[in-house]
Design a protein around this ligand. Structure first.
Ligand SMILES: [Zn+2]
Ligand SMILES: [Zn+2]
Length: 618
């Protein structure tokens, strides 16, 4: 099919729906409120459209453990992995991902769970490693499709999950269980144990799963930190040592995020010391921007604010929410009155003020961005303010952060970031730590997970070159691959499981390449051309000239002539079609006009706007 044909085919379906105007973002709140019902409806459509092909069905591989990554391997985000043995399935993590720049108007991307939907009766539980959104963010969207299997996670993780499912009004349906990391779970034929790891959020664990086909270890996100921040518990090194001594781990699945970064992550303790220096020395107003999930870091900041007599004001919804959850569960402790909502900020002297805010990633609606735009109700930047970005940019956010920093500096603030001082450390182990994990666990097979391909490849090379794992025992897999483990061996099966990108926006759920996405892409690149055609009722005759409205399509000084030409062509096309087929339906007319105008804009202007003819009968 030629490009034009493809385009016409796509537009044909818009012609059906454009008068209904279905793609509006104002449905956001509606969707949340009615989520459960709506999702049930979605589910029906979903199974109808994406009828699983035969090849997706598990061939009964007796006595083998099947491991299927449904997300997290072509990206940093939407981590999710299914383990299947006989009639039992468990799932490790259920994350989402923030969209890339070309996914216009999309809020989140979630893993494709059609394989699990087909097998939902077998699911014995969802095991969560920690409370970051790339590990728990998909829960409210996915759980209803799987008939709400029970979830298991540590105290803070389940506190954060609880908040999510409450927001989506799913609380009555979910079975959420808080586990102690020293506890053992029996889920079908799986025995699940946990080990504490250090990470950038407290209460993170790795998972040890014992099955009749062998034992596997999944690290979750981890680093090694001998001096973790706040009042966090240390990692369970002894459990890992024990695994190494027993030498019976068939495969290790390990976090690859920093596999190309040499050395060891800086301790949170060092970051704390630097922050203390800053809080002590700065004699004017201080604003610290960080991730709201960095609970340990936030505890340190609160401790120093207390020590040096600063009142803390909190700005940003996720910062407020997470602080509240962490406080309730005992992960944050501070004297009463130390922390106030930013809305109460009024007369505190500058040298006694510390503002804690979100927005360290330059997100367009975040508190720090609003502050930099002079758009924050309670905070206006002034000469002498010091702003600390206790964070590091996530890939793709660098430009947005630079813009925010520029604006803050132009307003007279001094901005401190991690290139200048030790105000941040990563939550993911660097090469020395990754090597240490492999050396401790001593697995037979090694599978790098969590990260983009180049990161996982770096991790594979590290395992081979520095940990003596034989090349043939290192397996690089993709989302949707099926790993088969049994009889002391691990192999990639020929079978594939569907892993489309499922896109979530205010109006619902779709997949990549869906009509809504194609329309948005077209509008963003070429603008829109709306043609209002007035028709006298039941006569098939035009009433006056068509109105042509364009947005983002052509510059105004050229547009008058083009507008006239488009109107004239519309008129001619309309009359030509009616002459040929007096009974032509509105749909036919729109389609014909679209085709005619597309040829014109493409050949004459070399542009392909989204063309929307609208017929008004009077
Ligand atoms: Zn994490
Ligand atoms: Zn992660």
């Amino acid at each position: 099919m030629g490009k034009l044909d493809q385009w016409l085919k796509k537009n044909l379906s818009i012609a059906d729906s454009d008068t209904k105007n279905p793609q509006k973002n104002e449905k956001k709140t509606f969707k949340k409120k009615n989520f459960y019902k709506k999702d049930q409806k979605d589910q029906k459509v979903h199974t109808k459209v994406q009828k699983p092909q035969k090849s997706h069905r598990p061939q009964k591989t007796k006595g083998k453990l099947r491991i299927i990554p449904l997300g997290g391997l072509d990206e940093v985000g939407k981590n999710m992995m299914a383990l299947e043995y006989g009639d039992d399935i468990i799932v490790i993590d259920m994350g989402f991902e923030f969209p890339s720049d070309d996914m216009l108007g999309i809020d989140y991307v979630i893993p494709d769970v059609s394989y699990l939907e087909e097998n939902s009766k077998k699911i014995r539980g969802i095991v969560l490693t920690h409370g970051h959104l790339d590990h728990i963010g998909g829960i409210p969207y996915i759980l209803p499709k799987l008939n709400f299997p029970p979830m298991y996670g540590t105290k803070l993780t389940m506190g954060l999950v609880d908040k999510k499912i409450e927001e989506f009004k799913l609380k009555n349906f979910t079975k959420a269980h808080t586990i102690d990391p020293d506890q053992t779970l029996k889920l079908g034929q799986f025995t699940v144990e946990f080990f504490r790891v250090a990470h950038s959020i407290p209460d993170a664990v790795g998972v040890i799963v014992t099955t009749p086909a062998g034992k596997i270890v999944h690290t979750g996100d981890f680093k090694f930190d001998d001096n973790p921040s706040g009042r966090q518990k240390k990692a369970d090194i002894h459990k890992l040592e024990k695994l190494g001594r027993e030498k019976n781990v068939l495969a290790l699945f390990s976090d690859s995020t920093n596999a190309l970064v040499p050395g060891h992550t800086m301790s949170e303790d060092q970051v704390g010391k630097t922050l203390e220096e800053i809080i002590k020395k700065v004699d004017k107003r201080l604003i610290i921007a960080s991730f709201s999930s960095l609970i340990g870091r936030i505890q340190q900041i609160l401790d120093y604010a207390q020590k040096y007599g600063r009142q803390v004001y909190v700005s940003g919804r996720s910062m407020r929410d997470n602080l509240e959850i962490a406080r309730k569960l005992g992960f944050i402790q501070h004297p009463k009155g130390l922390v106030q909502d930013i809305r109460k900020y009024k007369d505190t002297p500058d040298h006694k003020t510390l503002i804690l805010t979100t927005g360290s990633q330059g997100e367009s609606v975040s508190a720090l961005t609003r502050i930099s735009n002079d758009d924050h109700k309670n905070i206006k930047i002034k000469q002498g303010d010091t702003i600390v970005l206790s964070s590091s940019p996530i890939i793709g956010n660098e430009r947005a952060i630079a813009t925010v920093i520029n604006r803050l500096c132009m307003k007279g603030a001094k901005v401190i970031h991690k290139q200048m001082m030790d105000v941040h450390t990563s939550g993911h182990g660097k090469r020395d730590e990754l090597k240490r994990m492999i050396d401790l666990v001593k697995p037979k097979y090694f599978v790098p997970i969590h990260g983009e391909y180049f990161m996982r490849q770096g991790h594979a090379l590290l395992a081979e070159e520095e940990c003596n794992i034989p090349n043939q025992n290192i397996i690089l897999i993709k989302n949707g691959d099926v790993l088969e483990l049994g009889h002391g061996k691990v192999e990639v099966s020929k079978e594939k499981v569907e892993t489309k990108y499922i896109l979530i926006d205010g109006s619902g759920e779709g997949h990549e390449g869906s009509q809504v996405q194609v329309d948005r892409q077209m509008m963003s690149e070429n603008g829109t051309l709306v043609i209002l055609i007035n028709m006298t009722k039941n006569t098939g005759k035009l009433k006056g000239d068509p109105d042509v409205i364009s947005r983002g399509f052509i510059y105004m000084h050229e547009s008058e002539e083009i507008r006239k030409e488009v109107a004239e062509m519309t008129k001619q096309a309309f009359n030509r079609l009616i002459k040929k087929d007096p009974k032509a339906s509105k749909h036919d007319i729109k389609q014909y006009i679209k085709q005619t105008l597309d040829k014109y804009t493409h050949t004459k202007l070399e542009r392909r706007p989204l063309i929307m003819p609208i017929i008004i009968e009077k």
